[in-house]
Design a protein around this ligand. Structure first.
Ligand SMILES: Cc1ncc(COP(=O)(O)O)c(C=O)c1O
Length: 421
């Protein structure tokens, strides 16, 4: 019996079927312990933007570890890689003059953002503005704050009372957001949290005008806008560093993680616009009693800097934009397959092959069957909450790889369809 407790796993099923042990990686591909090679269609978990096995990042980590692996940055102590990363991220942030708070991952960043927006209003003498609004299908990580904002009901169940003063709105309607804010009372609402493209909840690109419309609704009601770019940030949206750039948003807070290091080391980011930062940085406010042991971890920051260098030097923002059209072109015809409802795509290096709802209702095990059949075709990915296949390849994935991916998905669907009779 193994001892490793897998996240998001049915451990009895894992024990019964055994594990797939991924042993190495190279570019857009990974290899398991038995030597089988797979196209990594998920980039790990939406993070491995520069591809696997990059010696530049190994060297950046080794050099920093030899000098100083880490030192706490609480209070007035700094480490050079964290200070340099803050400057670098501020320079590419959607909002000029942003400040940079660092964490260990996306859930930390969301937790930090929830505390930040509530405390912001308290510092402004408006302690009743505490309600945080999120969308159906939303995924904001698995800390208690993110779980409380989750728009995926199964992710919230079984924990008793979660964080109070949270409200959900439909994922796609500006007017319903406005109506809910007005019903709750804008004087009670701290912030609206929005993923530019809903990711783990099923890859739902925003309806045309949605993000711009919600920003206006928030501005008109003095509600802060928190854009959760844990997936879309650092290039995955294609053509720009952040979805906020692509959609012309000026968020008050931007949460990030994943692509900032391409997952080589865990690191989360919170980019805080000057409006929200001001009362915290003002003389006389005093200490904000918030932070993590690994906030500003020197080696994680050194790797992030080297990763951003790679993205720039290799033109990977443009590569992600090219992948958007490759995915569009090559995955579209999967919509003709009887087991597929639709292929959601068109906003960055992100897509989802949504399995047919009637087939899912008849057999809830269908997504896992397709995932396993895909492994036999040499593609590694997973199923999302709606019963869709996650497609979020690394930016070094070529058009030939995408063609292979589409053929492999079709073959896997055919395999599964044939066993269903
Ligand atoms: C939009 C979004 N926010 C937050 C998180 C949580 O990040 P982490 O798993 O690094 O804690 C995720 C993870 O996928 C995410 O997609």
């Amino acid at each position: 019996m193994g001892r490793y407790w897998h996240p998001f796993a049915d451990m009895a099923a894992v024990e019964a079927a055994g594990e797939l042990v991924v042993a190495s990686g190279d570019g857009a591909y990974v290899v398991d312990e038995s030597g089988r090679r797979y196209l990594d269609a998920a980039a790990g978990l939406w993070y491995c933007n520069v591809g696997h096995g990059r010696a530049e990042l190994a060297e950046a980590a080794a050099e920093q570890i030899r000098r100083l692996a880490a030192y706490s940055t609480f209070g007035d102590i700094g480490v050079r890689p964290a200070l340099a990363l803050a400057e670098r991220l501020a320079a590419i942030a959607p909002v000029p003059d942003s400040r940079v708070f660092l964490t260990s991952g996306g859930s930390d960043s969301v937790d930090t953002a929830v505390k930040l927006v509530r405390r912001y209003w308290q510092l402004l003498g408006r302690p009743d503005k505490t309600v945080v609004v999120s969308r159906r299908h939303a995924y904001h990580g698995m800390h208690v704050a993110g779980t409380s904002l989750s728009g995926i009901p199964v992710n919230r169940q079984g924990y008793g009372t979660l964080l109070g003063e949270t409200v959900q709105v439909p994922w796609d309607s500006v007017s319903e957001l406005a109506a809910v804010l007005d019903a709750v009372g804008p004087e009670r609402v701290a912030a609206f949290f929005v993923e530019p493209v809903i990711g783990a909840g099923g890859v739902f690109p925003p309806p045309a005008g949605y993000l711009e419309g919600t920003e206006k609704v928030c501005r008109d009601r003095d509600v802060l806008l928190v854009v959760d770019e844990v997936i879309t940030g650092y290039g995955r949206i294609g053509g720009s560093w952040f979805a906020s750039h692509r959609f012309g948003l000026q968020p008050d807070v931007v949460t990030g993680a994943k692509g900032v290091t391409s997952g080589y080391l865990p690191l989360g980011t919170v980019l805080v616009g000057p409006r929200v930062a001001e009362p915290f940085w003002r003389s006389g406010t005093g200490q904000w009693r918030h932070g993590y042991t690994y906030s500003g971890h020197a080696t994680a920051c050194a790797v992030a800097l080297a990763n951003l260098d790679l993205v720039e030097a290799e033109g990977l923002l443009a590569a992600a934009a090219r992948l958007e059209s490759d995915l569009d072109r090559h995955l579209e015809s999967l919509e003709q397959h009887p087991l597929v409802q639709e292929v959601r795509r068109g906003t960055g290096a992100l897509a989802a092959v949504q399995l047919d709802p009637a087939a899912l209702a008849a057999d809830p095990g269908l997504p896992n069957q397709v995932v396993l059949a895909l492994r036999h075709q040499g593609v590694l990915t997973r199923a999302l909450a709606t019963g869709a296949l996650q497609i979020s390849p690394s930016f070094v994935t070529t058009e030939a790889d995408v063609r292979f991916l589409a053929e492999a998905i079709r073959a896997a669907l055919d395999d599964v369809a044939s066993t269903r009779g």
